[in-house]
Design a protein around this ligand. Sequence first.
Ligand code: NDP
Length: 296
Amino acid sequence: MAEIIDGKAAGEEVVAKVKERTAQLIAEAGVQPGLAVVIVGEDPASQVYVNSKSKKAKDCGFHSEQHTLPAETSEAELLALVEKLNADPKIHGILVQLPLPSQMDAGKVIQTIAPEKDVDGFHFNNVGRLGTGELDAAFVPCTPAGCMLLVEKIRGADLSGLSAVVIGRSNIVGKPMANLLLAANCTVTIAHSRTKDLPALARTADILVAAVGRPEMVKGDWVKPGATVIDVGINRVIAAEGEKAKLVGDVAFAEASEHAGAITPVPGGVGPMTIALLMANTLKSAYRAAGRKPPK
Ligand code: NDP
């Protein structure tokens, strides 16, 4: 049976280091990391995410701001807030929670965030840096950065020559994940909805990452024996009428566990890493603002 990769514990380790270094930065340089989280509208799932990000920032010892704007806010008003936060020296990280209401161009909003405060890593400058392998200069998107830490926990820091398959090509998970694995010298294939014979391709992977958004799509016999399986998917499913919804990943966990060497559960795998890496990125930004080399 596969080793279960404990993302909750790994996330807590990251957060503990962030707390320690925050205290150090405040003591030595007088700089307190600041995170501003912006949400537009009242989508309940987004509210939950945003509240937990703001709370975690406070736990880390950050200056934490939450800006909640009504759903009817205009794009110009949101852009004005982003510009204000760009210019605010107390703020080192700006996160605009997606999705945004339909009257707004999310791409435009993201490109308005100053690249040096873009702790989500979605600005073209950061995407370009990651794409060209300048990882130290980039902000790497939090979910794939967290996945890499989990992979390295299992496989060690040297992933050279391993075969990696990433299922999903979104800009926030699939593509940056593939770039990180490539930068770590894996041989990477990106699969998507048009890929032919996905099960056969998946079976070639030493590292298999599923970021699709389809409950339990990856079956046990898609997994190469001993593979490291990272399940990014978060899907809410109701098994039978009247039952409560439960969270499942993109991987059929029980059957995949019989083949994998190690596997992340859902929940408790990638999820807690995402928020931990957001804190780590904000700390990194504050170190840079203080003219110090960010900790690894
Ligand atoms: P997107 O919907 O943006 O992308 C999904 C990708 O999956 C697309 O590239 C799509 O291909 C591909 N895909 C869809 N159906 C199939 C199929 N049948 N076979 C192969 N590929 C397929 O999703 P995200 O990347 O934003 O998120 C993916 C999952 O990860 C979701 O469940 C999301 O909730 C979760 N997530 C979890 C996070 C966490 O913190 N744990 C953070 C972010 C996301 P194509 O491009 O061809 O359409």
